[in-house]
Design a protein around this ligand. Structure first.
Ligand code: NAI
Length: 385
């Protein structure tokens, strides 16, 4: 594979997710970091990009300047990552897709279902990739979980139970801190806070591992810090198109919980449990059998799991390596497209704009159901009904 050119928007100095993207994109030597508009402050963005090794003429002050600059080059970036705050994802992703770039957009892909549908249409029309960073699906044992379920190890899946509950916005005295407050302000966050931020990871994970889509849901949303307009806690019941029953809890006031993403799947013939904070172990209980610990890197895992692992068993692999698996998938698909070949189907596991759109429909459904005291609401995007 030829090395691809990669650029980034957002992810400036001190940002939360920027470093994880740079580590991940660089990990396998498949991408060179050649261009960026990294910060809302143009000068800070230019300086930081150069500090990270980007040439001065490609260290841009903002994303429009980057689009113009890259359009004028023969060696324009092959993939752009959008890691800016949520409300900017739509216009940046749309502009780059329309100009013929592949995009990896951070979640949530857009602020509304309508914008999500636009992105799906534009991506389909342009033939360019629009991936969405549900990066936790890149973990080796999450991919193994999906493979086990697909090959029938659990039989028919009856129940999926998933959580993304942390305690990092639990301090009422800190609720007015500007870094926390905007997340619960409808003008900046949209119709949902905690579900749109974390719940969608858990819901997407349920679809990813079961291979089923969410059809309808019922939500109980609460603002447990009273000054908040949007929810900081939600319990969501859902149904999937393969008949599976789903339960999801998300919270930002669960003191003592750190990251808090977990998923359990229960079928007719067994159960599985995986926790993001201990990603190198998957727990498998066959019906009437004994609880087994499946270790990342052990022999006889699925090809999907083997493909997504790098260091030998017993050495922990963590979040940037999971994100790196998304980048590796993208590199393979983009390279194959450039060379007029078809990519290995195993590279097709990265989350797509259709997944980003489904999340937006779920966000709208959770907000609606929450307002209607848990009424069951269609959670499918209109264009997929
Ligand atoms: P942050 O506030 O820590 O950093 C945002 C960065 O974007 C800053 O460097 C800021 O200067 C820059 N920025 C803001 N507006 C910009 C613009 N118009 N052009 C260029 N740069 C701009 O935010 P954080 O936590 O890193 O989140 C960024 C995105 O990543 C959000 O959409 C968030 O939901 C997502 N995220 C995803 C995670 C995942 O697991 N997939 C985890 C954490 C965040």
């Amino acid at each position: 594979m030829t090395k691809l050119n990669w650029g980034m928007i957002g992810g400036g100095e001190g940002s939360q997710i920027g470093p994880a993207h740079r580590l991940s994109a660089g990990l396998d030597g498949l991408f060179s970091f050649v261009a960026g508009a990294l910060d809302h402050n143009p000068e800070a963005g230019r300086c930081y990009a150069q500090k990270l090794g980007v040439a001065s003429d490609r260290a841009y002050g903002d994303w429009r300047e980057m689009l113009q600059g890259e359009n004028a080059r023969e060696d324009r970036v092959d993939l752009v990552t959008v890691a800016t705050p949520n409300s900017t994802h739509f216009e940046i992703t749309k502009a780059f897709l329309e100009s013929g770039y592949h995009v990896l957009c951070e979640k949530p892909m857009t602020m509304t279902v309508e914008e999500g549908e636009d992105i799906v249409r534009i991506a389909r029309k342009s033939g360019k990739i629009c991936a969405v960073n549900y990066g936790y699906t890149g973990y080796s044992l999450v991919r193994h979980m999906k493979a086990m379920i697909a090959r029938g190890d659990l039989g028919k899946v009856r129940l999926v139970v998933t959580e993304f509950a942390h305690g990092h916005h639990a301090d009422a005295a800190d609720a007015d801190n500007p870094r926390v407050r905007w997340r619960y302000d409808p003008a900046q966050a949209g119709v949902s806070a905690q579900f749109a931020d974390c719940g969608i990871h858990a819901l997407h994970m349920a679809s990813f591992v079961t291979g089923q889509e969410v059809t309808k849901l019922s939500a109980d949303c609460a603002s447990l810090i009273e000054s908040r307009v949007l929810e900081d806690d939600a319990m969501v019941n859902f149904r999937m198109d393969g008949g599976t029953v789903g339960r999801l809890w998300t919270s930002s006031v669960a003191i003592g919980r750190q990251h808090g993403l977990t998923i359990q799947v229960f079928g007719e013939k067994g159960g599985l449990k995986w926790m993001q904070e201990h990603p190198n172990q998957l727990y498998y209980m066959p019906l009437n059998g004994r609880l087994q610990t499946i270790e990342r890197g052990e022999a006889n895992l699925s090809p999907e799991a083997d493909r997504a692992t790098r260091v030998t068993i017993g050495h922990a692999e963590g979040m940037p390596l999971a994100f790196a698996n998304i980048y590796t998938d993208l590199a393979e698909v983009i390279s194959a497209q450039k060379e007029g070949q078809s990519a290995d189907p195993a590279a097709n596991l990265y989350p797509k704009s259709e997944d980003g759109l489904r999340s937006m429909a779920a966000v709208a459904a959770v907000a609606k159901s929450g307002k209607e005291e848990g009424a069951w609401v269609d959670a499918r995007p209109p264009m997929f009904r």
